[in-house]
Design a protein around this ligand. Sequence first.
Ligand code: GDP
Ligand code: GDP
Length: 455
Amino acid sequence: MLPVVALVGRPNVGKSTLFNRLTHSRDALVADFPGLTRDRKYGQAKYEGLQFIVVDTGGITGDEQGIDAAMAQQSLLAVEEADVVLFLVDARAGLTVSDEAIARHLQQQNKPVYLVANKVDGIDGDSESAEFYALALGEVHQIAAAHGRGVSQLIKKTLEPLAKDYPELKQTPKDEPELDDEAAAQAQQEWLRSQPVRLAIVGKPNVGKSTLTNRILGEERVVVYDQPGTTRDSIDIPMERDGKEYVLIDTAGVRRRKKVSDAVEKFSIVKTLQAVEDANVVLMVIDAREGITDQDLSLLGFVLNSGRSLVLAVNKWDGLDKDIKDEIKQDLDRRLGFIDFARLHFISALHGTGVGHLFESVQEAYASATKRVNTSMLTRIMEMAQEDHQPPLVRGRRVKMKYAHAGGYNPPIVVIHGNQVQDLPDSYKRFLMNYFRRSLNTIGTPIRIEFRESD
Ligand code: GDP
Ligand code: GDP
């Protein structure tokens, strides 16, 4: 599991600027899905050798009323569940009433809060940020998110104390081999194939996750076995279906809940993000009656960025008129058409319609994500792509791709070696990605391509 950092602050203090800086290294993949280049709220960060999840809580002003209050509630819940809170204030604008309201709220929480004065570039940081000591949140950490100043120190200071609780914070996870080590990639592939498939059912509140989980677990062909006494509040549910082993990662809290509480209470963004990180395949549930919302897209962006395999389920497909169904399908096509690699199912968790077929797609997606590929095959595909469509000139020289090999699985990573390959334009990288996807016939998993300079 990865630790979670929440960015809090009133609008305009620089939260999304900091968010982008922390998650930038992972942006390339999401950029390949043009439908998702909008604002993201959740991201995986790899910064200073540390990996963690960042949540941009959006602009909380601290004194929301009415609808704003309901929306802020999700953000505040994310704050409660985060391991560390970075509370951003604007060193140029100075201390505001909203800052004070947020500070009072944060003080009531029993968790590490770091006060961060942003935008100290080109001003006297020490004197401009002095007034924030009045918030009584301890040291004022000065940064300039837009330029990266102070960010490394901030991240080290705030995250390193978590290393004892989160072993994965510091190292690359053991199931992520060194990119250039093909033997390690093979070992990873064998290991993945020998394990039960870890499946996370995710989606925003009320889409039907619990209903679906119960439906799956209630089916007689499914054998659920209780885990031997673990002390932590376990959310893993081992099960077997059609002779295959799975572990359901229960984000809906089906097994934990004693009584049915209301949706907002049981839905947790943080647990959802951690479940995605922890899964091999993500089953993302969308509510047919609500269509695609920004929250769906935001979560989807996180899933795509994580590289996990993906199956989409449009739930509550029961009792809808044909006209409405056609309309919904068109809307999905328009808004999700860019995710052309994932299977889309129309189901009713309530009645069980279509639920059985989900597992076929889950299996297929995992098989694609872990299908062994070898150097000669990948190099051949790369050569065919190169013949079909020559790489462009970069600074007057033609980019030359030389060979390709596997760099990892789930998602499949293709490492391409050559001259100036890192300078290939995004359009050509996208062409390659699609070419590999088609040639390898991968369904249900994104593919990553990494480029290595050779001489
Ligand atoms: P958010 O609403 O908290 O997400 O704030 P944004 O990240 O959108 O930033 C608000 C404005 O502050 C934008 O115009 C940014 O360019 C600017 N900004 C963010 N970080 C810095 C910084 O370090 N220095 C300066 N001078 N401006 C910044
Ligand atoms: P969760 O918050 O994602 O776990 O959603 P729940 O499983 O608690 O479902 C939210 C509501 O949607 C409940 O009232 C369910 O009965 C209802 N619901 C779930 N699945 C379906 C479905 O397939 N069809 C219909 N009509 N309602 C459903």
